[in-house]
Design a protein around this ligand. Structure first.
Ligand SMILES: *Cc1c(COP(=O)(O)O)cnc(C)c1O
Length: 482
């Protein structure tokens, strides 16, 4: 009884000692530091939560009330929350997956020249929609049209926000309430959110599926044509590959059929190669230029996949068809930002000069195997030096990938470092799963692969300083503060 009374008095005293919000907001560590770092309202919100939690813990007797310093206790509780609130939501991560165009990690990196152009477009006025010669209003699309036409051989071109938008615009402007014929082998879903039948429906077009999953013949297309047909659509089967008993008509055959019937032959090329596939050592991929040469009237593709530029959707092809798109009001809703234009133009200019290795995506896809091996050797040596035999470190061949739904089921052979830790090398056994988590928890998260209970660090997608960050993190994990 007596003891409980003392405790209640103690609790009351401590509760009274908790500073109020107004007092707290004038404490140096809050006023001069955290309010400046994250703003007053977020600070107040966190303080309120933590004050409530602290009161709750005191009343529940969860704390050592005899030795508590209330302000210090509150401070230690708040700092973690403040730090979290100060951390940017969109953060840099290290891509150690070997997947070059990793959609979840932001697809293509942008070439340095394109980054400079983006910054310039952002921090000064520009002729985005201004014709400097005449001093009158200009067209933003005309800024890149000539470059796109010279790279692809197209008569005309325009750009929108992304390739999904490009397909949607084409279908809405050219085939509303009309039939669009697509092979059942090409009814693709990309990353869950782009499905050919859904985009078709959204564009108000009527999907006419023909053929079967593995075989579609020219006569299948021919039989589906009626007076309501407007487009024959070919879709790049971006993220899968059907092997075996497969038939698809040639582009030239589809073009001939379309033109005989006054239809538009359109292709959603997905990634969109501006150079011949062989330049990137990719087998069986057709460049945009070749597609147009084979009779495609209208082609769409992404800017941030294999092209290696910013997020954009390109539409290129016949002048009269593009002219219709230009007049279609939806274009305004899909228009491209000035920084993106700047980055895209700069990227196309690098292509024009033929300096492909200045485009990070192309350089990573093309990188020489011996160079990759050398990088893996370096990384392995650096890691071994730091972790003192606390884990097994080996240089291994890896299956890297182009990614981004480009070039599926054909790995790029690369090199990497395998790190594994079992009872035979260490007291604490760490599964590949735990290692993956620990790498991700780094200040700059490191996203790795795993294979047969080893962590795999693919070197193809690492940037200059990444190997130091990786070695530091592994040292932290295996040596820690011991
Ligand atoms: C990636 C892809 C799309 C979507 O392109 P976004 O640029 O992501 O909008 C559409 N069609 C195909 C065939 C693709 O591969």
């Amino acid at each position: 009884m007596f003891e409980i009374e003392i405790n209640i008095k103690n609790i009351n005293k401590i509760m009274r000692a908790i500073p109020g919000m107004d007092t707290l907001l004038f404490k140096d560590w809050i006023k001069d530091y955290w309010i400046k770092a994250i703003g007053r309202e977020p600070v107040k919100e966190i303080l309120n939560q933590e004050l409530a939690a602290l009161r709750h813990d005191i009343l529940n007797n969860d704390l050592d009330l005899d030795n508590i310093n209330i302000e210090e206790e509150l401070k230690s509780r708040c700092i973690k929350k403040f730090e979290r609130a100060a951390r940017k939501n969109l953060r840099r991560v290290i891509n150690a997956t070997g997947v070059v165009i990793h959609t979840n990690l932001g697809r293509s990196l942008i070439a340095q020249e394109a980054i400079d152009a983006m910054a310039q477009a952002a921090d000064s006025y520009s002729n985005l929609e201004y014709d400097i010669d005449s001093g009158t209003r200009g067209q933003r699309n005309s800024l890149i049209e000539n470059l796109l036409c010279s790279m692809t051989g197209a008569e005309a071109a325009l750009v929108v926000n992304n390739n999904a938008g490009a397909v949607l615009l084409c279908l809405s402007a050219l085939a509303k309430n009309s039939d669009v014929i697509v092979s059942r082998g090409e009814l693709v879903e990309i990353g869950g959110s782009f499905r050919v039948p859904d985009i078709m429906a959204m564009g108000g077009a009527v999907l006419k599926e023909v053929g079967t999953t593995n075989r579609t013949h020219l006569f299948d297309y021919e039989n589906a044509i009626n007076e309501n047909t407007k487009i024959i659509l070919k879709v790049h089967p971006s993220n899968f590959r059907i092997e075996g008993f497969v038939t698809m008509p040639e582009r030239s055959e589809l073009a001939e059929l379309a033109h005989k019937n006054n239809l538009i032959f359109m292709e959603d090329a997905g990634s969109g190669l501006l150079v011949p596939g062989e330049t990137l050592n990719l087998v069986g991929e057709t460049s945009v230029k070749e597609c147009l040469n084979q009779g495609v009237d209208l082609i769409t593709f992404s800017g941030d996949k294999m092209l290696g530029g910013p997020q954009i959707g390109v539409i290129a092809g016949k002048k009269d068809v593009i002219a219709k798109l230009r007049k279609f009001p939806m274009l305004r809703a899909l228009r491209v930002d000035k920084s993106t234009f700047a980055a895209f133009e700069a990227t196309l200019r690098i292509y024009m000069r033929g300096e492909l290795d200045k485009i990070p995506t192309l350089e990573m896809i093309r990188r020489d195997k011996n160079l990759l091996r050398e990088q893996a050797d370096n990384l392995a040596a650096k890691i071994s030096e730091r972790i003192n035999n606390k884990a097994r470190v080996a240089v291994v061949e890896t299956n890297d990938a182009v990614g981004g739904g480009s070039y599926p089921e054909r790995p790029l052979i690369g090199w990497g470092v395998a790190v594994s830790c079992d009872a035979s090398v260490a007291d604490v056994k760490l599964s590949a799963g735990s290692l993956l988590n620990l790498m991700r928890e780094n200040t700059t998260p490191i996203i790795c692969g795993a294979h047969e209970n080893a962590l795999i660090i693919h070197v193809r997608t690492l940037l200059d300083n990444d190997i130091n960050v990786i070695a530091n993190r592994l040292e932290e994990i295996f040596i820690g503060n011991e």
